[in-house]
Write a protein that binds this ligand. Structure first.
Ligand code: NAD
Ligand code: ZN
Length: 357
């Protein structure tokens, strides 16, 4: 088992990574939680595949269980679903010493983690992420949120979990599209922080990638852990994790979050901003071609999709909504070269050459 200790001022917790960890998960949880009541928040797909399994594992250890199942998909990160989830949990009679487990992808983790942060002003929670994206990104670092009609993740908080349990075996049932979607964020970590890791990824074929998945998850989690430890509240270095995201968010929003998954949009964002910053003489020549190669290999599109005449205005709107904006200036993430990302503060009026198709 790989273990990583996340040590931040608000909480210290461990990320456990092991294939097959879901077998015996009750015993693992017993090591950190002594009460009886447990709420498992999950979505219908994950419930169909693993609901019975987790239920058995927890009941075996004497836990009294309430399962809350939401609809799969981003639509569940809403006020309406949050209300339903909170109501069911309160109906179960939970108190502040009880435990909430989020068992699912980033949607369940973000929604459930946010519910845990506001229920009774805070109930402890554990993340058991089940998608690649959730295992390497969203379950770590404590950002939890729901969406509103004005944008994604606009209502939320920082709420660190008690622990994160990652079982890479769960990824075997994941739809290919979601696997590659997660790969975009995996590639991102290499691009901003770890050249060797990036080139390993570039060299893997599909089988090698799957064979090395545990190590890959560990590397991504270590990079995120290091960054979050230095900057929990996203005021400095954590913004590095936003490489490709300024354009990515714009593309997601332009297509109403329907055509591209988050990772797919971020892939386009990473390539586009690097191609542009290379043309501006900032990034080492040839870097965007290497990014193109790796995206191709992981079945991710790199080209900016066709947009209508007012398209860039709509994308600009999303850019301006971004939480990284600081009044008249904003931070963007660029690469010096592969493995060496940095944050650049620019005037908002200067953004277009960086984000243009
Ligand atoms: N909090 C953060 O720091 C952070 C970071 C990145 C992304 N996010 C959020 O994460 C969300 C996206 O997460 P996601 O990509 O995991 O999407 P998701 O939670 O919607 O899961 C994707 C799909 O996979 C299914 N699924 C989950 N696990 C499965 C498994 N093991 N086998 C088969 N199917 C499975 C789900 O039911 C769903 O249909 C977005 O809302 C995004 O904003 C949050
Ligand atoms: Zn992301």
């Amino acid at each position: 088992m790989h273990e990583l200790l996340v040590d931040i001022p608000s909480r210290e917790y461990t990320i456990y990574i092991k294939p097959g960890l879901i077998d015996g998960i009750g015993e693992e949880i017993q090591k950190i939680y002594n009460n009886k009541k447990v709420v498992v928040i999950t979505d219908r797909n994950v419930d169909r595949l693993y609901g019975k399994k987790i239920e058995e594992e927890l009941k075996k250890c004497g836990y009294i269980l309430k399962k809350v199942v939401v609809e799969p998909g981003e639509e569940s990160k809403s006020f309406k679903t949050l209300e339903m989830v909170c109501d069911e949990i309160l109906g179960f009679g939970i108190n502040r010493e009880d435990l909430i487990i989020t068992f699912g992808g980033g949607v369940v983790g973000d929604l459930g983690g946010f519910a845990a942060s506001i229920l009774l002003r805070g109930v402890p929670f554990i993340q058991i992420p089940t998608t690649l994206l959730a295992q390497i990104d969203s379950s770590i670092g404590g950002k939890v949120a729901i969406d509103t009609s004005r944008g994604k993740n606009l209502i939320g908080s920082f709420n660190q979990p008690e622990a994160v349990f990652i079982d890479p075996e769960l990824l075997k049932t994941l739809d290919k599209r979601f696997l590659y979607d997660g790969c975009a964020e995996v590639i991102k970590y290499g691009a901003i922080k770890d050249k060797e890791f990036f080139y390993n990824l570039l060299g893997y074929d599909r089988e090698e990638f799957l064979y090395n998945i545990e190590k890959t998850i560990y590397t991504c989690c270590s990079i995120k852990k290091d960054i979050v430890e230095k900057d929990e509240k996203d005021l400095g270095e954590r913004m590095l994790l936003n490489f490709g995201h300024t354009i990515g968010h714009g593309i997601e929003r332009y297509f109403d979050y329907k055509k591209y998954t988050h990772g797919e949009a971020v892939a386009i964002g990473m390539y586009t901003i690097t191609k542009n910053s290379e043309a501006l003489g900032i990034t080492q020549r040839g870097t965007s071609d290497i990014i193109k190669d790796i995206l191709n290999e992981y079945h991710l599109q790199y080209n900016f999709p066709p947009i209508d005449d007012n398209g860039m205005d709509k994308i600009m709107e999303a850019v301006l909504l971004d939480k990284k904006n600081l009044g008249k200036s904003m931070n963007i993430v660029l690469l010096n070269s592969i493995g060496d990302g940095f944050i650049k503060n620019i005037d908002i009026s200067e953004i277009m050459p960086y984000i243009k198709p």
